[in-house]
Design a protein around this ligand. Structure first.
Ligand code: IMO
Ligand code: MG
Length: 429
């Protein structure tokens, strides 16, 4: 069987794009199964950094097929602009990018509602791309799927229903509903024609590919702590980046999923609001932000930075059944005198080894740290684990012990080649 899953073990931005770019060479299909253009996966193409939000990172290999399955919410405008950007770089998408007819679409009112909710509900710090409201419509059975969108009269009828259902909130924003409807019909009917050639039954396509033993790489967006069920609710995204998201989000049987690779950053970051027990507000936090260039790839917001939290990564290992780990951005920690690793939390005299569900504990617990010696020097370019400074080696070994999974690969920069293959000849597929 040849299914590999690459997912984030923290709050997103673990470096999944680079890892997928590294592994995609061995795959036949690269598949996005949840989220939307809230993701931001940075890649290096012909020496220049390049961000993809919706189209899977495998697109940079000319012979790979990229799928966006039913669990993703697709903004037709964002999709077209990404295809246009790729075309301008002479990267072909024709016959290589497929989107599911059952994926739901994001329309302008979803973005409006996303912004309105941010200003009057609990502030989540969303990307304001309309992701949550589009998933909410899906759950409310109001959503518009790609297949509905492509049928002009069905689309018009559903659009009318939706605008009626959202009347109070849109009216409150002084939005002229009939004008909005006219604008959407004009713009989005043209976009539908653009999208039509990309639309297929992705579940069937995957079923056939799996039966032919082709290699499928599932690329998650976001991370386990942003998962709607297993993350820091309500400060999460509105989908399931965890492994279970693949079964519903792509229609693949659980028994077909074997290799589950967690991507983990050597420290922790988070964008947006919500608990972050190991967050640093001091110079070390600023040091990590500067060295790691921790600014959102989608929104440009500075990312919050903190020490490695083994409680959340252990949680991710268990929720996803992770059997491989890839450590990223270890090079960005070089130059620190000492480093801290969170091994458990403390709240009101109790010690927590498991990630607590209570939002009070998540907010007020304090980290129990282990302190280790730092390392110095430029480690980018090193390709042999034993050549790393001894304290960097010890740090990696300690992380492995604490999370219970071997680190097979260490990524030390943005370029595809900047990796240490700690375990030789890993059979990823
Ligand atoms: P990648 O794939 C980091 C965060 C937002 C916000 C919360 C909800 O690059 O790792 P949403 O717009 O999804 O409703 O926002 O989720 N968030 C991400 N943080 N990386 C991402 O994706 C994210 N996608 C969403 O900042 O806190
Ligand atoms: Mg991101």
């Amino acid at each position: 069987m040849s299914v590999l899953v690459v997912l984030g073990t923290q709050w997103g931005d673990e470096g999944k794009g680079k890892v997928v770019h590294y592994l995609a060479e061995q795959a036949d299909y690269i598949v996005r199964y949840q989220g939307g253009n809230n993701a931001g996966h940075t890649l290096i193409y012909q020496g220049v950094p390049f961000v993809l939000h919706l189209i899977p990172s495998g697109i940079l290999f000319p012979d790979k097929r990229c799928l966006i399955t039913n669990g993703v919410v697709i903004d037709p405008k964002a999709f077209k602009s990404e295809i246009d950007i790729l075309s301008n770089k002479n990267i072909s998408t024709c016959g290589r990018v497929f989107i599911s007819e059952q994926a739901h679409i994001i329309l302008p009112y979803h973005r409006i509602i996303d912004s309105v909710f941010e200003s009057c509900n609990i502030k989540i710090g969303t990307t304001k791309k309309g992701i949550g409201p589009a998933y909410a419509d899906k759950v409310n059975r109001l959503g518009i799927r790609v297949v509905d969108y492509l049928e002009k009269y069905v689309f018009e009828e559903l659009l009318e229903n939706n605008l009626e259902a959202k009347y109070p909130i849109l009216h409150d924003q002084n939005i002229n509903i009939s004008e909005l409807k006219r604008e959407i019909m004009n713009e989005y009917n043209e976009l539908a024609d653009f999208i039509r050639p990309f639309v297929v039954d992705t579940r069937l396509l995957l079923e056939k590919a799996i039966s032919r033993n082709e290699k499928i790489l599932f690329e998650s967006a976001q991370g386990t702590l942003l998962d709607l069920d297993f993350g820091t609710y309500p400060f999460v995204t509105s989908s399931n980046p965890t492994v279970g998201g693949i079964c519903c989000g792509a229609g693949v049987e659980p028994s077909k999923i074997q290799n589950i690779l967690g991507v983990v950053k050597a420290y922790t970051t988070r964008v947006g609001e919500g608990p972050f027990i190991t967050e640093l507000f001091d110079n070390v936090g600023n040091f990590l932000r500067d060295k790691g260039q921790e600014y959102g790839a989608t929104t440009g917001r500075p990312r919050r930075c903190g020490w490695f939290d083994s409680v959340i990564v252990r949680h991710s290992v268990k929720v996803n059944g992770i059997n491989h780990l890839i450590l990223t951005k270890l090079d960005c920690m070089s130059g620190l005198d000492t480093m801290k690793i969170c091994v458990a939390y403390k709240y009101k005299g109790n010690v927590y080894n498991e990630f607590p569900a209570s939002r009070t504990i998540q907010k007020y617990a304090t980290p129990i740290y282990e302190e280790v010696k730092g390392f110095e020097g430029q480690i980018k370019g090193i390709t042999n684990f034993n050549k790393l400074p001894i304290n960097a080696q010890k740090y990696v070994k300690r992380l492995e012990q604490l999370v219970g999974v071997k680190i097979d690969l260490i990524s030390l920069g943005r370029k595809r080649s900047e990796v240490i293959e700690v375990t030789e000849n890993v059979k990823w597929f």
